[in-house]
Write a protein that binds this ligand. Structure first.
Ligand code: CUA
Length: 333
């Protein structure tokens, strides 16, 4: 029974060693000072206890050397912890450029994961050994937290906003994934596995589960939802073309310029009135409730692939899903 109780989880990512090093350093300082102070209290209490017939000693007021020591030493220790912690934090917070993206949608009470190549998983994530993986996460309901102890990785997953976290696995094997934010009745059962596989093994897994890329799913959706009627070529300039929009600066009708990141694209799908692109009318209806977070993710993945001239041709002439009440001027048939 006791064989299963571990002091620390396995180290299976590049940051695990750094996090543990800092943890044990702080733990060591805490233990050292706890023993030192508790030991001195006990020792002095015994040594200087009141004895019968002994005179009451004269109180001592102040000691510059002592006060300097107990100010400067803790300040230096605090600074070491700060700079060391900041270094580890930056390593944990900044995904490397070569990181592949995996999209995570959390809900009560499951983890839905999708690879850029289209593979979907539930409560399981397969990754390649040594490859950096960046997770783009969002929740469909309440706050959850993506926690893999073996990677020393924990990040809250929020409704309405993307959060990211990354890891590079250093050891093949299967590692526990937990939800680390109380999210309702079955919070304790919202868990799964991260499977770290050797490259060849991972390639085989990818092939066996391929089902079309996320961007491809987004393109189909783009046509199905008739986004293409307005955001396509040859329209009446009802809506901006989306080529090269992702990652660029967009000028709004209130004169502000915003970065078209994933959060902006998501908001423009679910709450199109929030930010109106300069030169356009607020005629786009909301798609809130009509698309799931995974579908929003697919649409964004598709929009991100759109370079100049990449907008697919309009297949049929369909009336655009314009919100008539807000449309300016002439009524449409
Ligand atoms: Cu999800 Cu706790």
């Amino acid at each position: 029974m006791y064989a299963q109780i571990q002091l620390m989880p396995e180290q299976a990512s590049v940051v695990a060693g750094q996090v543990d090093g800092l943890f044990w350093f702080i733990m060591g300082i805490c233990v050292f000072f706890t023993l030192l102070i508790a030991g001195l209290i006990i020792r002095f209490a015994v040594k200087y206890r009141r004895r019968p017939g002994a005179a009451t000693p004269r109180p001592i007021y102040g000691s510059l050397r002592l006060e300097l020591a107990w100010t400067i030493v803790p300040a230096l220790i605090g600074l070491v912890i700060f700079f060391w912690g900041a270094r580890v934090f930056f390593d944990v917070a900044r995904p490397p450029d070569d990181a592949i993206e995996v999209y995570v949608v959390a809900r009560q009470w499951m983890w839905k994961l999708q690879h850029a190549d289209g593979q979907r998983e539930i409560n399981e994530l397969h990754v390649q050994l040594g490859k950096a993986v960046k997770l783009q996460m969002i929740s469909e309901d309440v706050i959850h937290s993506f926690y893999v102890p073996a990677f020393r990785m924990k990040q809250d997953v929020l409704p309405g906003r993307y959060t990211t976290v990354w890891f590079r696995a250093t050891k093949a094997g299967s590692y526990r994934l937990y939800c680390a934010e109380y999210c309702g009745t079955e919070h304790s059962r919202m868990k799964g596995w991260v499977h770290v596989m050797e490259p060849a093994e991972f390639e085989a897994w990818l092939r066996s589960t391929a089902e079309g890329s996320l961007a491809l799913a987004g393109e189909k959706l783009f046509k199905k939802l008739k986004c293409i009627s307005c955001h396509g070529r040859g329209g009446q300039n009802l809506a901006p073309l989306l080529e090269n929009v992702a990652g660029s600066d967009v000028r709004l009708d209130n004169g502000k310029v915003v970065l078209a990141n994933d959060d902006y694209l998501r908001q423009s799908i679910l709450d199109p009135r929030a930010k109106i692109v300069a030169g356009h009318q607020p005629i786009m209806p909301t798609f809130k409730g009509q698309v799931t977070e995974e579908e929003v993710r697919a649409l964004i993945a598709f929009i991100r692939t759109l370079g100049p001239g990449d907008t697919p041709p309009r297949v049929e002439q369909t009336p655009p899903p314009i919100d008539e009440s807000k449309a300016p001027g002439e009524k449409r048939p």
